[in-house]
Write a protein that binds this ligand. Sequence first.
Ligand code: SF4
Length: 476
Amino acid sequence: MTSSEKYVPSAREQAFLDTVENVKYDRESINGLKPFLNDKAPDFVKDFYSQEELEALRNLKDTERDVEARMPVKMTRHYAELAQNSAPIRRLVKADPSETESLVGSEDPGHQMDYSPVEGLLHKYEMGLMYVVSTCSAHCRFCYREELISRKEIERGDGTVAKKGLAQIPAITAYIRSHNEIVAANGGRHPESGREKLREILLSGGDPMVLTNSKIAEWFSALAEAGIESIRLGTKELAFFPQRFDASFMAMLDSFHATYPDVGLRLMVHFNHPDEFLLKDEGGNYIMDEMGIFIWHPATKLAMDSLVKRGWVTIENQSPLIKGINDDSDALRIMQRAIKRVGAHNHYFFCGRDIIAHEAFNIPIETAWKLLNESQKGLSGVETHARLSITHYKGKTEVAAVTNGPIPGVPGTENGVVIFKILRNAAKAGDRGKVCIVARNPDAIWFDGYADRVIYDEAGLFEYSRVTAAPVGSKA
Ligand code: SF4
């Protein structure tokens, strides 16, 4: 089946889809800088930018430093209200001229397109990631999908230049079926790529929660019918518009689970800072109940409780560590503790990627490691499950350790070393656990900051050559 052919749901699928109810949501979103520049912003957000800030942004308009050309500006009313009492939240959505001071970076961070056998799908590891939509309820200024959200043309591994396309159900399900049939016929591995069964798919974008319940349901059931064992949905909607997790969405989840009880559902949520979900008093302190437990924003708590009590959905938080937003170990400690207490999990913290303009957002790798470790002091073992990951072109890599002292007898290690460990190799599973040791460089914000000081590299992080032509299995 190709993308031009119509996808025909099975009878079981159709019966599930017929149960789904759609609701119209009004996020009262403010789109772009125009309402602010033209003094037309709604009252609840009137003072979001000062006149000086607006003037500085106006002066950059239509120049190569135009902040909106890099990343469209957008926020919901819910988030704007949280921002009134939080500098980190404001920074997350507020355009700032410093964003385009340096436009150094990659248009295709992680060389993602090397892993795209079908438009809108990245096939890495034993899982696939799909771009199902190109916007979110609000836009994080640091987003590492800025090229998708601002619809930029990017160069792919084969030299062609085009905007990233969105995944379509017919082509994606055909690819999954074809890949898995070839793998099964070949004893569990793809004969060309060595890949195993494609068994887990992440709906991403953009934020799939801006789609209707019906559209999300169509994806869920089509993937289940194609043999996917676990479906992930990546979303920041719990922070931007928690009201989206309402009874109609929960009913869709329940109906899906009743129809496909063996298919796992994983919600990959995205909180960067506790100000996104904890209540604060006028002095800026988190409010606690009489037992000393932090109190959540009621709408966010309701959404989280509704998800957690469905034990067949797991909720995993993952967050990049971003300059001026959450480079604060006390905030990270509170966030990890509060997330775990309500039954969700702390999955990853990420060092920033090498996106265009990453210098405005990324903190040094060694600072991030120290920050996370500081934040985990005083937390219990189950509250500290999150690891610090940095996504190398090769795959997910843990920043496993940073030493303060030298390794005796090893020249070049006088100021200590950083140890990276491969968690997942995007192309083949075999490299997991391999390490790379480099001499410290406290200023390094990306791997290239260590290129001149590699001590030991069984992981091959510094011998990387770009994957070429059709690395991930046959096209369907
Ligand atoms: S929610 Fe995620 S995809 Fe959307 S703008 Fe933020 S970082 Fe980007």
